[in-house]
Write a protein that binds this ligand. Sequence first.
Ligand code: BDR
Ligand code: CA
Length: 311
Amino acid sequence: AEKIIIDTDPGQDDAVAMLLALASPEELEVLGITAVAGNAPLPLTEVNARKICELAGRRDVPVFAGCDRPMFRELHTAPEVHGSTGLDGPVLPEPTLPLQEKHAVDFIVETVMAHEPGSVTLVPVGPLTNVARALMREPALAARLKRIVLMGGAQSEGGNSTPCAEFNIYVDPHAADVVFRSGAPIVAFPLDVTHKVLTTHARKEAIRALGSRVAQATFEMLDFYNRYDEHKYGTDGGPLHDPCTVAWLLKPELFRGKLCNVEIETQSPLTIGQTVVDRWGTTGRPKNALWITEADADGFFALLTERLARL
Ligand code: BDR
Ligand code: CA
């Protein structure tokens, strides 16, 4: 199984990404979950991460708290999307799974450096603060990773936090800049693709019909999460961003993209947090990211539903 660390700010779609990974032990070994501030402040995201491990029946997965604010900017959260807890929807019990004492950045550095070169994959689905801090702390980290499979950025769709910037990059553009310059192989799931993966009424109902506790909680998360984006985009169902990363690790044939140079705008007040994607090689700069733009959404939801049935 591929060894992964999920870096996350749960978040309903983060939670579904975690559940999909935890339901797939044959393909993915989750070494740990690292929480970061993003959708909600860190004290909420780390609790939410532990709630989801417990929901999945996986009290063996260590959960770490990381950075409680971006590298330079003030923290910007999204309670209008995710609710006041960051994970509104289902009522989940307070977790008994303890928070690890180690800082998430230390866990990432120590774990990757302790494993064989090229054997650990990072799956960041929140702002990139923890990952950037880890890359800065240990200069050998980038070359030691297998790859970074992240949700973030936007080109064809425009941004969801500003006209140019997607939330995860917007919250900590300086961290994103560190990650995209790191030299580690990157697979990026921007809004270009996630806006094609919609949690329609029928797809949500198929999950609820599984009838398990996990399925019911997932339905309630998606139902809550959808209501804001459905209204915003006027679609049947909102985009299910974060689980695309995990689905690609399980079934890459569900997605298509192009290897491009991607750089992050960190200066302009108008466009800060924009992912500048050189699709046609105009700059000659190194191709640092596989930029995913296409998805088989039916195949994705079939996979998700089948895996949730295992929990
Ligand atoms: C990203 O922002 C968060 O609200 C979601 O969890 C996802 O990671 C989408 O822009
Ligand atoms: Ca997220």
